[in-house]
Design a protein. Structure first.
Ligand code: BJW
Ligand code: ZN
Length: 279
């Protein structure tokens, strides 16, 4: 990738001292982790978020929801960070005051070399009790889940799934473990629709966006609030916003530069444009 937009974004990155990198599902797409809203491949094209990603869905059918998240967690375990994740780590290594804020629930930033991203929507790897919130160890000793459960209403094509499951989970349902303290079902440690974002993470994100001198937004549709406001905070306070996305988003209008392309190609090119001497 080359061109005047990349050169301008490279200049902005080279001049930055306190950049924020704000990421969404597109960041991990080239690692094989599905996004939510992309046509054909997005999870919400095949699964109804109301039946899988709300507190009411978990109350109504804990095994359906737990099985679906366990199947996704196993998919993430099979995935590897892509060159985009490594480029974000290279930026953070070059500029130690970089703050990486992610909406993603995978662990690919950490495995790609970013020590502690700010997690706005939780993690697939931090289950907790649905009643008393006690953190619970990962259920490594449970039988592997089958394919992601079929959404109510009929069979769907499968994504990133294990081969068919055992008798414990013929349709991908998996009974969640019980909390060791109170016996209530354990839930995925992610933020569902209608739930508040973790207060400390949201405050850290707003503070970083308020004080940054460049915000790089990567692979998000910017449709989910309040996370989508983070780039707007930076823009409102005068920081240039650079976007990496193959398609336009609602953020286009506030961006100083829009780099149209996949994160795994654009971000390494951006790092090379900012620091041509970098190995
Ligand atoms: C590439 C690429 C490549 C592809 N390279 N790019 C204001 C207005 C309207 C609604 C609301 C509002 N405020 C709140 C709401 C309600 C709701 C909301 O936003 N709804 C809208 C969708 C309408 N928000 C909430 O409910 C939030 N909670 C809340 O507001 O609580 C209030 C409250 C306060 C106090 C007490 C109680 C309550 C919570 C939102 C939680 C979101 N959860 C999810 C699921 C997480 C768990 C799971 O994984 O299942 O988070 S939904 C899903 O969307 C997930 C994501 O983090 C999030 C954002 O998606 P993202 O990352 O942008 O992915 P996509 O798929 O949308 O986009 C991918 C992009 O990548 C695309 O643009 C592609 O082009 C691009 N791409 N390949 C670069 N290779
Ligand atoms: Zn409990």
């Amino acid at each position: 990738m080359s061109g005047p937009e990349l050169a301008e974004a490279g200049r902005l990155l080279a001049a930055a001292r306190r950049p924020v990198v704000f990421t969404g599902a597109g960041m991990s797409a080239e690692s094989g982790v599905p996004t939510f809203r992309d046509a054909q491949t997005g999870l919400w094209q095949r699964y109804d978020p109301q039946e899988l990603a709300t507190p009411a869905a978990f109350r109504a059918d804990p095994a359906l929801v737990w099985g679906w998240y366990e199947a996704r967690r196993r998919g993430v375990l099979r995935a590897e960070p892509n060159p985009g994740h490594r480029a974000v780590a290279a930026i953070a290594a070059r500029l130690p005051d970089t703050v990486v804020i992610t909406q993603n629930v995978d662990d690919l930033h950490e495995r790609g070399g970013v020590a502690a991203p700010v997690r706005l929507h939780g993690s697939l790897f931090a289950p907790r009790c649905s009643a008393c919130a006690r953190p619970t160890p990962l259920p490594s000793d449970l039988p592997p889940p089958a394919d992601p459960p079929e959404p109510p209403g009929g069979p769907e094509p499968q994504i990133g799934a294990e081969p068919s499951g055992g008798p414990e989970s013929p349709d991908g349902r998996l009974t969640p473990p019980a909390c060791a303290d109170c016996g209530a079902p354990v839930r995925p440690g992610v933020v569902w629709f209608g739930e508040a974002l973790p207060e400390a993470a949201l405050s850290a994100a707003v503070e970083a966006a308020s004080g940054c001198d460049l915000l790089l937004t990567v692979g998000t549709s910017a449709l989910v609030h309040p996370a989508a406001e983070i780039p707007l905070v930076a823009a409102r306070l005068g920081a240039p916003v650079v976007q990496v996305n193959p398609v336009p988003t609602p953020l286009d209008a506030v961006c100083a530069v829009n780099l149209r392309g996949p994160a795994g190609e654009v971000l390494p090119a951006l790092v090379r444009a900012a620091w041509p001497d970098a190995g």
